[in-house]
Ligand binder design. Structure first.
Ligand code: AMP
Ligand code: MN
Ligand code: MN
Ligand code: MN
Length: 275
């Protein structure tokens, strides 16, 4: 089994169209594949059709933006029913604020002497409702303000830097509830990436589980090998289902290729156990 249960298409901030992503996943030996665009399910039909044509096991997914105690974090929903109305309404509400946030990001960059970033970001967002910091980052790279997208996030768009604006995303309990209403499993995305202390991570996971969340990403492109071990131990201790996903955004932009991460530790319960 080579499961890759976290990646992005042009339906959010990925560089490849859903069908092209599926094509690439097949070429890299992925055998179970989930598309998890930010706050969006618009790419799922195309990806599902492409996967069916190639005999690739496809899982409908989404990655929901959440604000918890002032920190932005991401909850992946896997094996969701994209037709579910609670989920769809929830995602509409999260998406609704992205364009307004983009205007504020652009005003902040303008104050730092960088003009035209709203138009620049919107032009790079295939779905304008999902305009994201990644689209601003690509604009800033093309304008020569940074070497690559990763470098942008050292100098711009993060707290204390030009282009940073605070933003309120979905509540944790709401995001998990929408995923569950759609029959899916809620999974904490890349827990090692948040600026939270270890005790805070535990509190987050406890609250997440009380809300009905059941999974955690252990092996992800955002974790170091030390973090694979750290979150594997947490999954074992707390009885969480474990997930594996590259968080691939596109060739040349992501450090981890589709389906190329190490396997989950064999004793963990994989999130796909009951599928
Ligand atoms: P947004 O949801 O609009 O705030 O954008 C978040 C996206 O920005 C993430 O999903 C990543 O794709 C990208 N991002 C955030 N931090 C970094 C980073 N340090 N390096 C590269 N991409 C990043
Ligand atoms: Mn992203
Ligand atoms: Mn994420
Ligand atoms: Mn992601």
């Amino acid at each position: 089994m080579n499961a890759d249960l976290h990646c992005h298409s042009t339906a959010s901030d990925g560089l490849l169209a859903p069908a092209a992503l599926v094509e690439r996943a097949c070429a890299r030996g992925v055998t179970m594949f989930a598309l998890t665009d930010h706050d969006a399910i618009a790419g799922l039909d195309e990806a599902r059709d492409a996967a069916a044509a190639r005999g690739l096991r496809f899982i409908d997914g989404v990655e929901i933006s959440v604000t918890w105690r002032g920190t932005t974090l991401h909850v992946v929903g896997l094996n969701i029913d994209p037709a579910n109305e609670d989920l769809r309404r929830g995602l509409v509400s999260v998406r609704g604020s992205r364009v307004r946030r983009a205007r504020r990001i652009a005003e902040s960059l303008e104050s730092a002497g960088i003009a035209g970033s709203f138009e620049g970001a919107m032009a790079r967002a295939e779905n304008p409702e999902i305009v994201s910091r990644t689209h601003f980052a690509r604009f800033l790279v093309e304008r020569g303000h940074a070497r690559d997208v990763r470098a942008v996030f050292h100098h711009f768009l993060v707290q204390g830097k030009p282009g940073y604006v605070p933003h309120e995303w979905a509540a944790l309990g709401d995001a998990v509830a929408w995923i569950r209403a759609a029959g899916g499993v809620g999974v904490i995305a890349h827990p090692g990436r948040y600026k939270l202390s270890r005790p805070d991570v535990r509190e987050l996971i406890a609250e997440f589980m009380r809300c009905g969340g059941a999974g955690i990403e252990v092996v992800t492109g955002s974790h170091t090998p030390e973090q694979y071990a750290e979150f594997a131990a947490l999954a074992r201790e707390l009885g969480l289902l474990a997930s594996r996903g590259s968080d691939f955004h596109g060739p040349g932009e992501s450090k981890v290729e589709l389906g190329s991460l190490p396997q989950l530790p064999a004793d963990l319960q994989p999130v796909w156990r009951d599928w």
